[in-house]
Design a protein around this ligand. Sequence first.
Ligand code: SF4
Length: 61
Amino acid sequence: MKVTINDDCISCGLCAEICPEVFEMPDEGIAIVKVEVVPAWLEDKVKEACESCPTESIVIE
Ligand code: SF4
């Protein structure tokens, strides 16, 4: 699984709260993805973050 964040992100920080292993909220700008490929054991948390994102900015491939 690969995950990216698109420009609709409003920097709410929710994804980084749900799955800090994968998402990080910098002091400025939109959330970033810290890993190139999501490890299998984190896929459920990434899906949860994706479903929780208020702007549907998390794109799973
Ligand atoms: S949950 Fe969505 S809107 Fe909020 S910081 Fe993460 S990607 Fe951005």
